[in-house]
Design a protein around this ligand. Sequence first.
Ligand code: PLP
Length: 425
Amino acid sequence: MQKKPFATKEQLEAIAAQFPTPFHLYDEAGIRRNVEAMRDAFSWNPGFREYFAVKATPNPFLINILREYGCGCDCATGVELMLADACGAHGHDLMFSSNETPAADYALADELGAIINLDDITHIDFLEQTIGHIPDTISCRYNPGGLFEISNGIMDNPGDAKYGMTTEQLFEAFRILKSKGAKNFGIHAFLCSNTVTNDYYPELAKVLFNLAVRLQEETGAHIAFINLSGGVGIPYSPDQEPNDIRVIGEGVRRVYEEVLVPAGMGDVAIYTELGRFMMGPYGCLITRAIHEKHIYKEYIGVDACAANLMRPAIYGAYHHITVAGKEDWPCDHIYDVVGGLCENNDKFAIDRALPRIDRGDLLVIHDTGAHGHSMGYNYNGKLRSAEVLLREDGSAQLIRRAETPADYFATLDCFPEYEQLVKRK
Ligand SMILES: *Cc1c(COP(=O)(O)O)cnc(C)c1O
């Protein structure tokens, strides 16, 4: 499938005149269309709820769009909880799926009434000692170990992941939690990341639903919800077939009716915790070509760098690139598209066939709406970029300003020359 940017060159130039490049741009219309499809795909389940994984795109303007559709917030840290709380997500609107959790974070999760999802059996005691009780509603994270395989191959390697409890521990945890007064139980598992197949959720559901039936039978715990967590992916590359959320929702419904309904568990709510699928395709990084360099290879230097989008540098992840206004030009040049960090892995693309790029061209780096700006960092004194929302009416709204040097120096207020640093523009 051809990947087309959601804004034209004229729109992008107009936005760039207002907010200097680089910046992440988000597509309100796309976000809304997708969350509506998500809601419809699971409407067969009365308790269904998507808890947006805040870490993917921790911007309150974007979270609030999802909140209009009833989405909750999935948080992993106290700071993410603070942000979700400020978006009006309270009590069971909050899912706290953390790991290696500091006591203070559990305390805040409890204070805000979040559903706490325990990553380990030892966290039962840790939580009880921290907050003084076991909440009525509690969830446990499951790790079946081994490889997660479906009919057409291995999807991922949970046996090598630090998360969750073994099968034996999960049964034991439910017994202990029940004896300590817990009333409503949840099961959570996140076994594969960025899956581009409609089979992942249904296959995961089969595992979790069968487990839920056994857990309820053997421990007497009341299973209130099953959290399929994240992992539904997006086609970063144009040759990948996008997931169809209707097919996925229907696949989960079929397993629900095969396994849970006959076990008398037709009241179990399905939760999801998607990040990438909710936002990834609806954001892009807009950057300008500022240099070209011809040495042993052809380089295009842009004004963004890995500090704005680190996925290519750390995972070798593919992000499609479109040169604005040259969508229909032949891709007859081979470039490395690079940022300015003093790190040779600061490359958005390596040996990429692209149209001829001239200095001043705007480049659209696709699919940065999740795990993009949020993974940003300040290496080399690079400042984090602005975030801009392209509204449905075509206007552009600044939803996070770019950092200034004063932001970078803010934590040096113990340094004698602090005042001098923060007044530099
Ligand atoms: C990262 C994460 C998610 C979201 O994952 P995506 O791949 O963005 O869908 C959901 N739940 C937990 C616990 C996570 O760590």
